[in-house]
Every structure is written in C-alpha cells, then in structure tokens.
Design a binder for this molecule. Structure first.
Ligand SMILES: [Zn+2]
Length: 333
C-alpha cells in the first residue's frame, strides 16, 4: 500500500515487527524521464518489513537497476533492508559520519563486544540486551561498509522534479542527514523531528556531544522554510515550530532533573543509577518493571544528558575502570 504525498513522492508504511514504533515511513521518489528513482529509508531485515518494501518496489516499477537508495541514518529500522540488498549492487547512500561510526564499530570484534563495552560504561548490572531482539539482530554487521557512499552536507540529489540538498542533522545519530528542497519547501527529515515521539538521544562516543548537537540541529531546522515535512515515523501533520519549542522545553527540564538527582545523592552515580531516578513517559511507573530494552534506551538517554552537563562544567565525571560515574559540581563523591 502506498500513497502519493507530493508529486512523484510515495509514502510507504513499512511495518517494524516487535517494535513500539510499529512502522517506518519510507519515501519512494520516482525519477523523471532518464533519471534514477530514489528510495529514502527502508525497514528491518525481517520478513514483514521486506514484504511491504519489495511489494511497493514492484507496484511502482522500481528495480535495482533504476533505483538508488539512501538512509537518513544508520538505525536498523531505516537502514537494514538496504544492507540486505548490497549484493544486488545498487548505490546506497548514508551520511558520512554515520558511515564513519559503522566503520569504527566494525573494528570491534563483534556486536556482543560493542554491547558489553557500552553496558560497562553505563554501569549496567549486566548486559541488558537480548541478542535476538530485532533491534540487535538488525544491527549492521560490518563487512562491506566500503561500498556505502558517504553523503556530505551540501550534496545534491536531483530526482522527480526536486533538487534535494543534503543537510546534516546530527544528534539522533552522529551523521543523521535530511534532504531539503529550498524552492519547493520540502524536507525529508528522518527521525530528526517527529510529531508525537521525542527522538531518542543517546550516548555515542566521548567526542560527540549528542544532545548539544541535536539541539543545534533543531535550531537549524527551525530556520528552514518548510511547507511539507516528511518524517520517519507516524504523522507528518503537525506544527513544526511548536513541536521544536516543546522539544527544547523537554530537554531543558530533563537537564535540570538530572542536576537535581545528582545534587541529592551523597555519592557519585552511574548513568544507570541516574536513569532509574528519572521520570519516563512509559506506562509502567516502576523502574523495576521496565523491560531490559527500555532500561537500555533510558540509560543511554540519561548518559547523553549527563555528558551534555559534563561538557559544560555543570557536573563532574570520573572513570572508574570502564564505568563513567558522575557527581554534582557541589562535590559529593
Ligand atoms: Zn532512528
């Protein structure tokens, strides 16, 4: 099933099995005479996602020969099908910093090592990751990263009567990109801005200020003249400026909550301990009742906020072994 949301741009809701996001919005852009088509974002490498994706390719007459593929960012719900079709040798585009992140990750021995390392850093009591969950199973395995084409800000994609310029919206991932047609005021923004979900902002690596970068990319989006926003999940129909203002408030509140939690603690805390004390908008109101996956995401988000504060001198950090511990600048240890 697909819907032409703008001339030559078709929206396909690709289901995401076992994910609370339910589906991802993929955009199939039909090239004009003599132009290749472009598909933006894909879905999990799982039967239900692939069925919808490939059915739409057939219905719209998109083939590997006449189509290029672009993922707005490296998350498996946007990128995994594209990784699965690499042997068909299409052109696959991804933001250059996301490509660099995958290359770095490929230097670790395995996906399990990556999760074990992150669990230690967060101070998790154990690796709270079910290796068979779709979001883990779909994590790219790194054997042909070289073939992915890294996109730079300013690169232009001419397709379907649009002239899309790549915009770097770093934050949700280190190299998240959007596609913007200034004339037509169309923006494909992936997960950078969503109507009723706050994009997950997590810790990526020491030298990347994910929350700080996210907030500046949001301000950048706020400056763009956009009439048609095409985002990565759920509805495209919301007030962009109001939503951005809401997200700024949300993160500002979060930051003060984290400062207060540390100030009230007599000793330094891990990201995991801070996350357990934060307020989360999920149905279960007891941290103990959270699923392992919810705890994992929540802890990553807590650490992104802690790092934001640490990089601005508002909290202190100590590395104890491989674990990051934070305390209030008031000096509790
Ligand atoms: Zn995402």
């Amino acid at each position: 099933m697909y819907q032409e949301v703008l001339p030559n741009i078709y929206l396909i809701n690709v289901p995401l099995p076992e994910s609370p996001l339910k589906s991802v919005n993929t955009y199939f852009i039909k090239g004009l005479e003599g132009q290749k088509n472009l598909i933006v974002d894909s879905g999990f490498n799982e039967p239900a996602s692939k069925a919808a994706f490939f059915e739409a390719m057939v219905s719209l007459d998109f083939s590997y020969a006449n189509t290029d593929f672009l993922a707005t960012h490296l998350h498996s719900d946007h990128f995994a099908i594209m990784r699965a079709i690499e042997d068909r040798r299409p052109k696959i585009y991804l933001g250059r910093y996301d490509k660099a992140h995958l290359t770095q990750r490929s230097e670790m021995n395995s996906t399990s090592d990556y999760f074990a390392f992150t669990a230690k850093l967060y101070g998790l009591p154990e690796v709270l990751v079910d290796e068979d969950a779709p979001f883990v199973r779909n994590t790219p395995t790194e054997n042909s990263i070289e073939r992915i084409i890294g996109v730079n800000a300013g690169d232009v994609f001419e397709v379907g009567g649009y002239s899309f310029e790549a915009v770097l919206f770093e934050g949700h991932t280190p190299g998240h990109i959007g596609l913007y047609d200034k004339e037509k005021k169309v923006l494909l923004c992936g997960d950078h801005l969503l109507g009723n979900i706050s994009s997950n902002i997590t810790y990526w690596k020491d030298n990347f200020d994910s929350l700080g970068s996210y907030l500046s990319s949001l301000s950048m989006l706020n400056q763009l003249d956009v009439e048609h926003l095409l985002c990565g999940h759920r509805s495209n129909d919301f007030d962009i400026k109001a939503r951005i203002a809401e997200l700024f408030d949300h993160h500002t509140e979060r930051l003060s909550e984290v400062v207060d939690i540390l100030a009230a603690s007599k000793k330094s805390m891990t990201s995991y301990e801070v996350a357990a004390k934060m307020t989360w908008s999920v149905r279960e109101d007891m941290w103990e009742k959270y699923s392992d996956q919810q705890k994992w995401f929540a802890t990553g988000e807590a650490m992104a906020h802690l790092e934001y504060l640490y990089k601005r001198g508002r909290v202190e950090k100590d590395m104890v072994g491989f674990t990051a511990r934070y305390c209030s600048t008031a000096g509790n240890k």
